[in-house]
Design a protein around this ligand. Structure first.
Ligand code: AHR
Length: 305
């Protein structure tokens, strides 16, 4: 009994002594808010101290946050990188300080992959392919599509575009007639959709939005324009947040591709592996699937975000 008590005491002391820095991008979408909550909850559950930084969409703020975590001597860093490039220098500093960096949700482009421990994320190319395949069949292989892109330079935007285009390009009569940055936000999604409607009017058959929030903004713009979202213009987006399910139940959104933001448990599993000096795969892939408007009512109750 004494042994168990000492062990428990030591273990909880160890847990309390662990500090993790989380360099988050911001709070641009409901998806991201869910991710932040998941990581905060998991840190608390495991008894870790979490230092949280919201970079307000700016890479320079994330770099500052990482440097400050290094200066404070955190045990590990969780980074959701706003863009793919420009991380080498700061990650080298973390490596020199022997602080493992766990990437969550988005990827980075570096020559030396020893600069981070692992990445916990969905396969965005696959998500784009799923969206493209659904749209190709919904439009019977022909039609005009407008694309609302995520923020410039983000792996989520680059890869969702890539995967989608790969599939669309297989259909000569299916064309992306306009593509623009909607910054992953509802406000910007609405604004860009208004501009698309102004330029292309009744010629738009479908919208592909890199996230649900932009699709929800686009839905409003389509209604204001006097057209019926989900019918006159089909919409597919990515994330599968609650708002998307509500829009599907209302008939406004046709489909959404799941991208799970509840990355806390997996991210902290990686933190623990790293701190135990163990190896991890370079990419812990989250599985994604597609949700259709037809099944939204049955599924909505089981949604966790
Ligand atoms: O990186 C994941 C993307 O970023 C989500 O799809 C989007 O909603 C978020 O802001």
């Amino acid at each position: 009994l004494l042994f168990i008590a000492v062990f428990t005491l030591l273990f909880s002391f160890k847990a309390f002594a662990i500090t993790v820095g989380f360099a988050q991008i911001g709070a641009e979408s409901s998806w991201r808010t869910a991710e932040t909550q998941s990581i905060k909850e998991e840190a608390q559950k495991r008894g870790y101290t979490l230092k949280f930084s919201d970079a307000q969409q700016k890479q320079e703020n994330q770099i500052k946050a990482i440097r400050s975590f290094i200066a404070q001597g955190v045990d590990a860093i969780i980074l959701a990188p706003v863009v793919e490039t420009g991380w080498e220098r700061v990650l080298r500093e973390a490596k020199k300080a022997k602080i493992p960096v766990i990437l969550v949700d988005r990827g980075i482009a570096v020559d030396d992959d020893s600069l981070y421990y692992t990445k916990v994320a969905s396969d965005f190319i696959f998500e784009g392919r799923l969206a493209g395949s659904w749209l190709a069949q919904a439009l019977h292989g022909q039609g005009k599509v407008v694309e609302l892109q995520g923020s410039t330079g983000a792996s989520a935007a680059i890869d969702r575009q890539k995967g989608f285009k790969e599939v669309v390009d297989l259909f000569p009569k299916l064309n992306i007639i306009a593509t623009q940055n909607g910054e992953f936000t509802r406000t910007k999604g609405k604004e860009v959709m208004e501009a698309f409607l102004k330029a292309h009017g009744n010629n738009i058959d479908a919208v592909y939005a890199h996230n649900d929030d932009m699709a929800l903004g686009a839905i409003q713009a389509i209604k204001d324009f006097g057209m019926v979202p989900g019918e006159d213009i089909k919409l597919i987006s990515v994330d599968a947040v609650k708002g998307a399910f509500e829009a599907m139940i209302d008939g406004d959104l046709n489909a959404t591709v799941e991208c799970n933001p509840l990355l806390g448990p997996l991210a902290f599993d990686q933190v623990e592996l790293a701190l135990a000096g163990k190896e991890a795969p370079k990419w812990v892939v989250q599985d994604d699937l597609i949700h259709l408007r037809e099944n939204a009512k049955e599924t909505v109750a089981s949604r966790k975000y």
